[in-house]
Design a protein around this ligand. Structure first.
Ligand code: GLC
Ligand code: GLC
Length: 820
């Protein structure tokens, strides 16, 4: 069953009923100011850091679902008076949840629109954040479709968060006494803590003359009432309350009188503003916010023409961004994901890492080291300068020993001490992201850029040295089988082999590990080889022959160790536990085969020559693949194993315990492409493609336009149900798998590689790619069933699969690839 449809022309997903299985959300903003917005306008917004600069409250795991956010109400004043028959509703359905005659939400790129109709009153709302600004614009048009005049009241309300979202949700003894507001000229200013160390405030402005306002929550709602039926909406008037302490809100009341066919536009602005520290107050010495600068911003965007122009700029930004890569294939699910939604999700994960979604509370996690480095793999072509900056920020949280803080806070860019380090895969991802940046841009100066270790400027060293220490970090931590020690965990956060936790609720990730843990990771071994291949290429480019050679030898030794201890007979093993026993082996009772080492080892080229790559992937197909995607392991762990950690804490079929952990699936797609099996690679791609799963929305539950981190595996009662949509490494990796390995268009050191491994029944496809300032127009034609490529570049036959960089000044290159 579906709850909407794709409008590919407008790059929108159209939701046609408000009660989707879960709130289906979108993101506003792409720089410093962000909003999460659901299909009923739920959600919240924040400046830079979803925990420390939260503007509005949101209560997760509440009931009813998702009733917090941008709250709008329309009240039919005429009806209320004439028939004693009270009529009020929310034009976005929530929070009033009154049945509407018509409802439609369109999630677009960086904006969402909501249109609805009830009793002859039509409303259209558009929410977005202008580029370069720190405010949400809500443009609301109300139209009277009746034959008679309509007298209406419009209410708009938000509940302010007292900035630190964690503190706001826990520290009531203080917070109930610090709330402060000012109300001037149709603008409500939220200024809690402004009197002391904050120089920022939030505001809710209204473009129209207001009939009243409220800032005391209980005045607006009435005692013991909820947002679904506020007493003042029912009464049709607000009490101009001024909050001191308790729960400051912003609520405006606008009266509208509309003749038949007439409409009115009202603009609300929900914004954040930071004053210069020595000009906080006006007049100086008072406690009143200096509004001189913000007033002009508010005045500007209160004008419909300015809001319109800002919206056009936003659309232009997304058109330009997506134009980097556009494809036309025989399959619409592929086209819309590659051209629109997967690219959009990649941008979102880059911006927000794993911080704020409807599954990430915004207070739990900062920017993850491994997460963001992987996000970069899919992001780098969209905005190389921002990618460069992110690489430098990440590198600055690397430790002197080559290890890395697992996360950093976006506001301070400092490593997060609570989570610490010791996830032994972390540093290697920096090599992959930097290599991807180099291949995309050819900007070798990044390697010379001096970046601190541990954010300490005295310890600054060139990025190249950071990469070297990443490699050294692995080599300094080898275990009994000459395989890398796993530390707290590797990519699989839940494989905590040195943790042995017996205390309820203790964090598996941060608790002290047992001394001298000797558990080893095959995954890190594979990742090390992959990273070493990039390092060797980098060294060669820099003419560092010796370094290249020693790196190559280290990778060779690693490969030997993998074949010696890591090959199980039909697949790659996963790890060795701290007693030296293999995990992910036919000898195990449970957890006999894991997906991760099959993916990473084949991606690193292992077993391509001796047939074992094929064998490992056949084992994946036999033991792990399901119609809903590929499970992480089998058989699922049926009980808690002290020596395995969090992985066995999940009931079978969920998360890392045999769930379909979508992040890992593209590794298998890439691996299949590497051994030339285009049909298999593409089949796996389609199984988890969100658009492809749209018709399963009742089961899938999450948004059909973005990937979710997990789909419940075969062992779970809710097999096929997705969770944790939006912020997942799945976005970047799927983008890489489909564009670079299946469609096969990938940046490389000296040009653009064109090596498609597509399904045998495709006649071909065409693709445009902006790469190093040149526009490539690529046509791929299938002439035979295989993957042999014959290239023609601007009409000339070229051997191999590489389209070399053209002479400078070239704007356009035409590529024809015949595959046989
Ligand atoms: C989550 C984490 C990621 C980890 C994965 C597997 O997606 O964000 O860092 O690799 O889970 O445990
Ligand atoms: C699991 C989750 C991951 C999270 C970790 C720590 O790995 O999949 O998202 O980082 O647990 O809580």
């Amino acid at each position: 069953m579906r709850y909407g449809y794709f409008d590919d022309k407008r790059r929108e997903y159209v939701i046609t009923r408000p009660d989707t299985p879960l709130p289906w959300i979108n993101y506003l903003g792409s720089e410093d100011f962000f909003g999460l917005i659901s299909n009923t306008a739920g959600g919240y917004c924040f400046y830079k850091d979803a925990r420390l600069r939260r503007l509005t409250r949101y209560r997760y795991n509440n009931a009813p679902l998702d009733d917090g956010g941008r709250r709008l109400y329309l009240r039919d004043d005429g009806a209320a008076l004439e028939h004693g028959n009270l009529l009020f509703w929310s034009p976005t359905w929530q929070p009033a949840r009154r049945a509407l005659d018509h409802y439609e939400c369109r999630h677009g790129l960086g904006y969402s629109t909501f249109s609805s109709r009830l009793s002859g009153i039509e409303s259209r709302l558009r929410c977005f954040i202008p580029q370069g600004e720190q405010l949400e614009i809500w443009q609301l048009e109300i139209k009277n479709l009746r034959q008679r005049p309509a007298r209406l009241s419009l209410f708009a309300a938000v509940e302010f968060c007292l900035w630190d979202a964690l503190d706001d949700a826990t520290n009531f003894q203080r917070n109930y006494s610090v709330g402060e507001v000012e109300v001037v000229d149709n603008v409500i200013y939220h200024k809690s803590e402004y009197r002391e160390r904050r120089d920022h405030f939030a505001y809710l402005a209204c473009s129209a003359e207001v009939a009243g306002f409220d800032t005391v929550r209980e005045s607006f709602l009435g005692p013991y009432r909820g947002w679904d039926s506020p007493a003042s909406v029912i009464d049709g008037s607000l009490s101009n309350s001024i909050a001191t302490g308790w729960q400051p809100i912003g609520a405006h009341h606008v009266r509208l009188e509309l003749n038949p066919g007439e409409s009115a536009e009202t603009i609300f602005l929900l914004g954040y503003f930071e004053n210069p520290i020595d000009e906080k107050f006006d007049p100086p010495g008072s406690q009143t916010i200096n509004k001189r600068i913000v007033r002009s911003i508010i005045a500007r965007y209160s004008q419909p023409a300015e809001a319109e122009a800002a919206f056009r700029r936003l659309r232009h930004y997304w058109d330009e961004t997506l134009d980097v890569l556009q494809v036309e294939t025989p399959d619409s699910h592929t086209d819309r994901m590659v051209n629109i939604w997967n690219a959009y999700q990649v941008m979102t994960t880059f911006n927000l890492s794993r911080s704020a979604s409807y599954f990430e509370s915004g207070i739990g996690r900062g920017i993850g080291f491994r997460d963001s480095n992987q996000d970069l793999l899919g992001f780098v072509q969209f905005d190389p300068p921002r990618a460069r900056q992110r690489i430098l920020d990440l590198a600055a949280t690397q430790l002197e020993n080559g290890g890395a803080y697992h996360q950093y806070q976006p506001l301070t860019k400092r490593g997060n001490n609570e989570i610490g380090s010791g996830f032994n895969d972390d540093p290697l991802w920096l090599v992959l992201s930097t290599a991807a940046y180099l291949k995309e841009t050819g900007d070798w100066t990044i390697l010379e850029e001096k970046v601190p270790f541990n954010n300490e400027d005295e310890l600054a060293a060139p990025v190249l040295e950071h990469l070297q220490r990443s490699i050294a970090y692995t080599l300094d931590r080898m275990g009994p089988n000459q395989l890398p020690l796993i530390g707290r965990a590797d990519w699989n956060d839940c494989l905590n082999l040195n943790c042995f936790s017996e205390i309820p609720g203790e964090s598996f990730q941060t608790t002290e590990n047992r001394e001298g843990g000797t558990a080893e990771s095959l995954f890190i071994a594979g990742l090390f080889i992959l990273a070493s291949q990039e390092m060797v290429a980098i060294y060669n480019k820099l003419d560092l022959v010796q370094e290249a050679e020693s790196c190559r030898l280290a990778a060779e030794a690693m490969e030997k160790a993998i074949w010696q201890a890591g090959w199980d007979g039909e697949w790659f093993r996963r790890a060795f536990d701290s007693f030296g026993n293999p995990i992910g082996s036919a000898d195990c009772e449970e957890g006999r085969i894991f997906i991760e080492p099959q993916g990473i080892c084949v991606m690193a080229g292992l077993g391509l020559e001796n047939g074992r790559a094929r064998q490992a992937l056949d084992s994946v197909a036999e033991h792990l693949a399901t119609p809903h995607g590929i499970m992480l392991l089998q058989p699922a762990y049926s009980r808690y194993y002290l020596h395995l950690g969090e992985i066995s804490s999940y009931p079978p079929g969920y998360k890392e315990n045999a769930g379909i952990f979508c992040h890992t699936n593209p590794w298998i797609m890439i691996a299949e492409a590497r051994i030339g099996r285009g049909n298999r690679a593409y089949d796996y791609y389609l199984r988890i493609n969100p658009s492809m799963r749209e018709t399963l929305s009742d089961l899938h539950k999450c948004e059909p336009y973005v990937y979710a981190q997990m789909i419940a595996g075969r062992d779970a009662p809710s097999y096929g149900e997705a969770k944790n949509s939006w912020l997942t490494g799945t976005a970047a990796w799927n983008y890489v798998a489909i564009t670079q390995w299946i469609l096969g268009i990938r940046p490389s050191w000296d040009g653009l590689e064109v090596a498609p491994v597509i399904p045998s029944d495709w006649v071909g496809f065409s693709l445009t790619r902006r790469f190093r300032g040149v526009r490539y127009e690529i046509r791929v034609e299938r002439h035979g069933p295989g993957n042999q490529v014959q290239l023609e570049v601007d009409g000339e036959q070229v051997p191999g699969t590489l389209v070399r960089l053209p002479p400078s000044g070239t704007a356009r290159v035409q590529v024809l690839a015949r595959i046989n």
